[in-house]
Design a protein around this ligand. Sequence first.
Ligand code: AVI
Length: 323
Amino acid sequence: MQPRQLLPNLTFLDLYPPTADAAREVLSSLNAATPHLDPKYFYDEQGSALFDAITRTPEYYPTRTETRLLREHARAMARTLDTELTIVEPGAGGCEKARILLDQWQPRGYMPLEISRECLLDATRQLAPQYPQVQFQAVCADYSQALTVPTGHQELPRLVFFPGSTIGNFEPVARRAFLTDLRQLAGDNGFLLIGADLHKSPERLHQAYNDSAGHTAAFNLNILAHLNRRLDCGFDLDAFEHQAFYNEQQQRVEMHLQCHRDQHVQIAGESLILSAGTRVHTENSYKFSVEDFSRELVTAGFQPLSCWLDDEALFSVHLARAA
Ligand code: AVI
Protein backbone atom coordinates (compact mmCIF):
# COMPACT_ATOMS: atom_id res chain seq x y z
CA MET A 1 0.00 0.00 0.00
CA GLN A 2 1.50 3.31 -1.14
CA PRO A 3 0.82 6.62 0.61
CA ARG A 4 -1.24 9.16 -1.37
CA GLN A 5 0.00 12.74 -1.71
CA LEU A 6 -2.93 14.92 -0.60
CA LEU A 7 -1.12 18.25 -0.25
CA PRO A 8 2.49 19.29 -0.93
CA ASN A 9 3.40 18.49 2.71
CA LEU A 10 0.72 15.85 3.47
CA THR A 11 0.66 12.16 2.60
CA PHE A 12 -2.06 9.69 3.60
CA LEU A 13 -1.62 5.96 4.11
CA ASP A 14 -4.77 3.89 4.59
CA LEU A 15 -4.22 0.78 6.74
CA TYR A 16 -7.82 0.69 7.99
CA PRO A 17 -8.56 -2.78 9.39
CA PRO A 18 -10.76 -4.89 7.09
CA THR A 19 -14.42 -5.15 8.14
CA ALA A 20 -14.29 -8.97 8.28
CA ASP A 21 -11.52 -8.84 10.93
CA ALA A 22 -13.53 -6.39 13.01
CA ALA A 23 -16.68 -8.54 12.80
CA ARG A 24 -14.87 -11.68 13.99
CA GLU A 25 -13.20 -9.76 16.82
CA VAL A 26 -16.53 -8.26 17.97
CA LEU A 27 -18.28 -11.64 17.82
CA SER A 28 -15.64 -13.37 19.90
CA SER A 29 -15.51 -10.61 22.55
CA LEU A 30 -19.32 -10.60 22.94
CA ASN A 31 -19.28 -14.41 23.24
CA ALA A 32 -16.60 -14.34 25.96
CA ALA A 33 -17.36 -15.31 29.59
CA THR A 34 -17.40 -11.57 30.38
CA PRO A 35 -18.97 -9.98 27.29
CA HIS A 36 -16.87 -6.97 26.32
CA LEU A 37 -15.96 -4.70 23.42
CA ASP A 38 -12.58 -3.21 22.61
CA PRO A 39 -12.69 0.56 23.38
CA LYS A 40 -11.18 1.27 19.95
CA TYR A 41 -14.73 0.76 18.58
CA PHE A 42 -15.83 3.96 20.34
CA TYR A 43 -14.05 5.98 17.69
CA ASP A 44 -15.79 6.60 14.43
CA GLU A 45 -16.63 10.15 13.28
CA GLN A 46 -19.55 10.33 15.72
CA GLY A 47 -17.54 8.81 18.59
CA SER A 48 -14.68 11.25 18.09
CA ALA A 49 -17.17 14.14 18.16
CA LEU A 50 -18.75 12.78 21.36
CA PHE A 51 -15.34 12.36 22.98
CA ASP A 52 -14.62 15.94 22.04
CA ALA A 53 -17.86 16.98 23.79
CA ILE A 54 -16.79 15.03 26.92
CA THR A 55 -13.47 16.89 27.02
CA ARG A 56 -15.38 20.19 27.22
CA THR A 57 -17.63 19.18 30.16
CA PRO A 58 -16.81 20.78 33.53
CA GLU A 59 -16.53 17.32 35.11
CA TYR A 60 -13.94 15.78 32.75
CA TYR A 61 -10.69 17.30 34.02
CA PRO A 62 -8.00 15.22 32.13
CA THR A 63 -7.96 16.97 28.75
CA ARG A 64 -8.07 20.50 30.06
CA THR A 65 -5.45 19.78 32.74
CA GLU A 66 -3.05 18.04 30.38
CA THR A 67 -3.45 20.74 27.73
CA ARG A 68 -2.52 23.37 30.31
CA LEU A 69 0.54 21.34 31.35
CA LEU A 70 1.67 20.99 27.74
CA ARG A 71 1.21 24.73 27.07
CA GLU A 72 3.03 25.75 30.23
CA HIS A 73 5.96 23.38 29.86
CA ALA A 74 6.43 22.89 26.10
CA ARG A 75 9.43 25.21 26.04
CA ALA A 76 11.10 23.45 28.97
CA MET A 77 10.47 20.15 27.18
CA ALA A 78 12.07 21.47 23.99
CA ARG A 79 15.13 22.57 25.97
CA THR A 80 15.46 19.09 27.49
CA LEU A 81 15.08 17.43 24.07
CA ASP A 82 17.45 19.86 22.36
CA THR A 83 17.24 18.18 18.93
CA GLU A 84 15.28 18.23 15.68
CA LEU A 85 12.49 15.70 15.74
CA THR A 86 9.74 13.81 14.04
CA ILE A 87 6.66 13.52 16.25
CA VAL A 88 4.72 10.23 15.97
CA GLU A 89 1.30 10.23 17.64
CA PRO A 90 -0.65 6.96 17.93
CA GLY A 91 -4.39 7.66 18.36
CA ALA A 92 -4.07 11.31 17.39
CA GLY A 93 -7.82 12.02 17.11
CA GLY A 94 -8.26 15.58 15.89
CA CYS A 95 -4.55 16.36 16.57
CA GLU A 96 -5.51 19.17 18.99
CA LYS A 97 -2.71 18.59 21.48
CA ALA A 98 -0.09 18.13 18.77
CA ARG A 99 -0.86 21.69 17.68
CA ILE A 100 0.77 22.92 20.91
CA LEU A 101 3.96 21.05 20.05
CA LEU A 102 3.83 22.09 16.38
CA ASP A 103 3.56 25.73 17.50
CA GLN A 104 6.29 25.65 20.10
CA TRP A 105 8.77 23.08 18.77
CA GLN A 106 8.75 23.44 14.97
CA PRO A 107 9.41 19.70 14.41
CA ARG A 108 10.48 18.46 10.94
CA GLY A 109 7.77 15.84 10.68
CA TYR A 110 4.47 14.82 12.23
CA MET A 111 2.92 11.37 11.82
CA PRO A 112 -0.53 10.93 13.38
CA LEU A 113 -1.95 7.37 13.48
CA GLU A 114 -5.71 7.32 13.88
CA ILE A 115 -8.46 4.72 13.41
CA SER A 116 -11.15 7.29 12.54
CA ARG A 117 -10.39 8.13 8.90
CA GLU A 118 -12.69 11.16 8.66
CA CYS A 119 -11.34 12.68 11.84
CA LEU A 120 -7.72 12.17 10.69
CA LEU A 121 -8.30 13.55 7.19
CA ASP A 122 -10.21 16.60 8.43
CA ALA A 123 -7.56 17.41 11.03
CA THR A 124 -4.50 16.97 8.83
CA ARG A 125 -6.02 18.74 5.79
CA GLN A 126 -6.57 21.70 8.08
CA LEU A 127 -3.21 21.57 9.87
CA ALA A 128 -0.78 20.87 7.01
CA PRO A 129 -1.22 24.23 5.21
CA GLN A 130 -0.74 26.04 8.53
CA TYR A 131 2.67 24.39 9.09
CA PRO A 132 4.26 24.29 5.61
CA GLN A 133 7.71 23.52 7.06
CA VAL A 134 6.42 20.27 8.67
CA GLN A 135 6.05 17.04 6.64
CA PHE A 136 2.72 15.45 7.61
CA GLN A 137 2.29 11.69 7.18
CA ALA A 138 -1.23 10.72 8.16
CA VAL A 139 -1.81 6.99 8.73
CA CYS A 140 -5.30 5.56 9.17
CA ALA A 141 -4.71 2.48 11.32
CA ASP A 142 -5.59 0.53 14.42
CA TYR A 143 -2.43 1.73 16.15
CA SER A 144 -2.41 -1.21 18.54
CA GLN A 145 -1.51 -3.28 15.45
CA ALA A 146 0.35 -0.85 13.21
CA LEU A 147 3.18 0.52 15.26
CA THR A 148 5.94 -0.33 12.82
CA VAL A 149 4.89 1.86 9.89
CA PRO A 150 7.94 3.65 8.44
CA THR A 151 8.17 7.33 9.27
CA GLY A 152 10.21 8.45 6.27
CA HIS A 153 12.27 10.66 8.60
CA GLN A 154 14.32 7.90 10.07
CA GLU A 155 17.47 9.96 10.16
CA LEU A 156 15.86 12.21 12.78
CA PRO A 157 15.09 11.15 16.36
CA ARG A 158 11.41 10.36 16.91
CA LEU A 159 9.35 11.60 19.77
CA VAL A 160 6.40 9.33 20.41
CA PHE A 161 3.54 11.47 21.72
CA PHE A 162 0.84 9.54 23.60
CA PRO A 163 -1.26 12.04 25.56
CA GLY A 164 -4.72 11.81 27.14
CA SER A 165 -3.97 8.92 29.52
CA THR A 166 -5.08 6.53 26.79
CA ILE A 167 -2.39 4.29 28.29
CA GLY A 168 -4.90 3.83 31.14
CA ASN A 169 -7.31 2.11 28.72
CA PHE A 170 -4.92 -0.87 28.37
CA GLU A 171 -5.02 -3.83 30.76
CA PRO A 172 -1.82 -4.12 32.84
CA VAL A 173 -0.26 -6.95 30.78
CA ALA A 174 -1.21 -5.31 27.47
CA ARG A 175 0.03 -1.98 28.82
CA ARG A 176 3.46 -3.42 29.52
CA ALA A 177 3.61 -4.83 25.99
CA PHE A 178 2.34 -1.60 24.45
CA LEU A 179 4.88 0.56 26.31
CA THR A 180 7.58 -1.77 25.00
CA ASP A 181 6.14 -1.30 21.48
CA LEU A 182 6.33 2.48 22.00
CA ARG A 183 9.99 2.08 23.00
CA GLN A 184 10.56 0.18 19.76
CA LEU A 185 8.73 2.86 17.79
CA ALA A 186 10.80 5.62 19.41
CA GLY A 187 14.04 3.89 18.38
CA ASP A 188 17.34 3.93 20.24
CA ASN A 189 17.76 7.71 20.06
CA GLY A 190 14.08 8.54 20.54
CA PHE A 191 11.82 9.96 23.21
CA LEU A 192 8.36 9.47 24.72
CA LEU A 193 5.99 12.20 25.91
CA ILE A 194 3.04 10.56 27.62
CA GLY A 195 0.09 11.58 29.81
CA ALA A 196 -1.07 9.50 32.79
CA ASP A 197 -4.15 10.22 34.88
CA LEU A 198 -3.54 10.11 38.64
CA HIS A 199 -5.33 8.58 41.63
CA LYS A 200 -7.93 10.85 43.19
CA SER A 201 -11.18 10.71 45.11
CA PRO A 202 -13.75 8.19 43.84
CA GLU A 203 -16.36 11.01 43.83
CA ARG A 204 -14.31 13.13 41.45
CA LEU A 205 -13.79 10.14 39.17
CA HIS A 206 -17.45 9.21 39.29
CA GLN A 207 -18.45 12.70 38.17
CA ALA A 208 -15.87 12.72 35.37
CA TYR A 209 -17.38 9.55 33.83
CA ASN A 210 -21.03 10.46 34.55
CA ASP A 211 -21.22 14.05 33.33
CA SER A 212 -24.52 15.80 33.86
CA ALA A 213 -24.95 16.67 30.15
CA GLY A 214 -24.91 12.94 29.33
CA HIS A 215 -22.06 13.08 26.79
CA THR A 216 -20.24 10.12 28.39
CA ALA A 217 -23.43 8.05 28.29
CA ALA A 218 -23.91 8.94 24.60
CA PHE A 219 -20.23 8.12 23.91
CA ASN A 220 -20.60 4.74 25.61
CA LEU A 221 -23.77 3.90 23.64
CA ASN A 222 -22.18 5.05 20.40
CA ILE A 223 -19.96 1.96 20.49
CA LEU A 224 -23.11 -0.03 19.56
CA ALA A 225 -24.31 2.61 17.10
CA HIS A 226 -20.89 2.48 15.42
CA LEU A 227 -21.04 -1.32 15.16
CA ASN A 228 -24.56 -1.03 13.71
CA ARG A 229 -23.30 1.42 11.07
CA ARG A 230 -20.14 -0.50 10.27
CA LEU A 231 -21.20 -4.14 10.64
CA ASP A 232 -25.01 -3.88 10.48
CA CYS A 233 -25.38 -5.74 13.81
CA GLY A 234 -28.87 -4.52 14.70
CA PHE A 235 -28.30 -3.53 18.35
CA ASP A 236 -31.37 -1.81 19.84
CA LEU A 237 -29.72 1.15 21.58
CA ASP A 238 -32.80 1.87 23.72
CA ALA A 239 -32.32 -1.49 25.42
CA PHE A 240 -28.94 -0.47 26.90
CA GLU A 241 -27.98 1.79 29.77
CA HIS A 242 -24.65 3.52 30.46
CA GLN A 243 -22.88 2.56 33.69
CA ALA A 244 -19.58 3.98 34.96
CA PHE A 245 -18.04 3.54 38.41
CA TYR A 246 -14.71 3.50 40.19
CA ASN A 247 -13.40 0.04 41.07
CA GLU A 248 -11.23 0.81 44.09
CA GLN A 249 -9.55 -2.59 44.22
CA GLN A 250 -8.46 -2.46 40.57
CA GLN A 251 -7.80 1.29 40.73
CA ARG A 252 -9.73 1.90 37.54
CA VAL A 253 -12.93 3.49 36.29
CA GLU A 254 -15.06 0.87 34.51
CA MET A 255 -17.65 1.56 31.83
CA HIS A 256 -20.36 -0.95 30.95
CA LEU A 257 -23.55 -1.16 28.93
CA GLN A 258 -26.32 -2.88 30.84
CA CYS A 259 -28.81 -4.69 28.60
CA HIS A 260 -32.45 -4.49 29.76
CA ARG A 261 -34.19 -6.49 26.99
CA ASP A 262 -33.28 -9.64 25.08
CA GLN A 263 -31.38 -8.75 21.92
CA HIS A 264 -30.93 -10.75 18.73
CA VAL A 265 -28.00 -9.39 16.79
CA GLN A 266 -26.16 -10.47 13.65
CA ILE A 267 -22.37 -10.40 13.54
CA ALA A 268 -20.00 -11.99 11.03
CA GLY A 269 -22.91 -13.97 9.56
CA GLU A 270 -23.88 -15.44 12.95
CA SER A 271 -26.86 -14.73 15.22
CA LEU A 272 -26.12 -13.87 18.81
CA ILE A 273 -28.55 -13.51 21.70
CA LEU A 274 -27.75 -11.00 24.43
CA SER A 275 -30.28 -11.66 27.15
CA ALA A 276 -31.75 -9.08 29.51
CA GLY A 277 -29.36 -8.58 32.42
CA THR A 278 -26.21 -9.03 30.30
CA ARG A 279 -23.59 -6.41 30.99
CA VAL A 280 -21.14 -5.55 28.21
CA HIS A 281 -17.84 -4.20 29.54
CA THR A 282 -16.72 -1.40 27.21
CA GLU A 283 -13.77 0.31 28.90
CA ASN A 284 -11.35 0.40 31.81
CA SER A 285 -9.55 3.59 32.64
CA TYR A 286 -6.70 2.86 35.05
CA LYS A 287 -5.35 5.59 37.31
CA PHE A 288 -1.71 5.78 38.43
CA SER A 289 0.75 7.19 40.93
CA VAL A 290 3.73 9.05 39.46
CA GLU A 291 6.11 6.55 41.07
CA ASP A 292 4.34 3.44 39.72
CA PHE A 293 4.02 4.90 36.25
CA SER A 294 7.70 5.95 36.15
CA ARG A 295 8.63 2.39 37.12
CA GLU A 296 6.54 1.06 34.24
CA LEU A 297 8.42 3.36 31.86
CA VAL A 298 11.75 2.01 33.13
CA THR A 299 10.53 -1.59 32.72
CA ALA A 300 9.63 -0.80 29.10
CA GLY A 301 13.16 0.48 28.39
CA PHE A 302 12.80 4.22 28.95
CA GLN A 303 14.75 6.57 31.18
CA PRO A 304 12.37 9.11 32.77
CA LEU A 305 13.65 12.67 32.29
CA SER A 306 10.95 14.92 33.76
CA CYS A 307 7.40 14.80 35.00
CA TRP A 308 4.96 17.71 35.28
CA LEU A 309 1.83 17.84 37.47
CA ASP A 310 -0.89 20.45 37.93
CA ASP A 311 -1.41 22.15 41.31
CA GLU A 312 -4.12 19.70 42.36
CA ALA A 313 -2.05 16.67 41.21
CA LEU A 314 -4.90 15.49 39.00
CA PHE A 315 -2.81 14.56 35.97
CA SER A 316 0.83 13.88 35.03
CA VAL A 317 2.86 14.39 31.85
CA HIS A 318 6.07 12.35 31.58
CA LEU A 319 9.03 12.93 29.29
CA ALA A 320 11.39 9.98 28.89
CA ARG A 321 14.20 8.94 26.54
CA ALA A 322 15.12 5.54 25.22
CA ALA A 323 17.41 3.99 27.84
C1 AVI B 1 -9.45 8.14 25.79
N1 AVI B 1 -9.49 7.81 27.21
C2 AVI B 1 -8.25 8.19 27.87
C3 AVI B 1 -10.69 8.31 27.91
C4 AVI B 1 -10.62 7.92 29.41
O1 AVI B 1 -10.82 8.81 30.23
O2 AVI B 1 -10.34 6.77 29.71
C5 AVI B 1 -11.95 7.79 27.28
C6 AVI B 1 -13.18 8.16 28.04
N2 AVI B 1 -14.09 7.32 28.44
C7 AVI B 1 -15.05 7.98 29.06
N3 AVI B 1 -14.73 9.25 29.10
C8 AVI B 1 -13.58 9.39 28.45
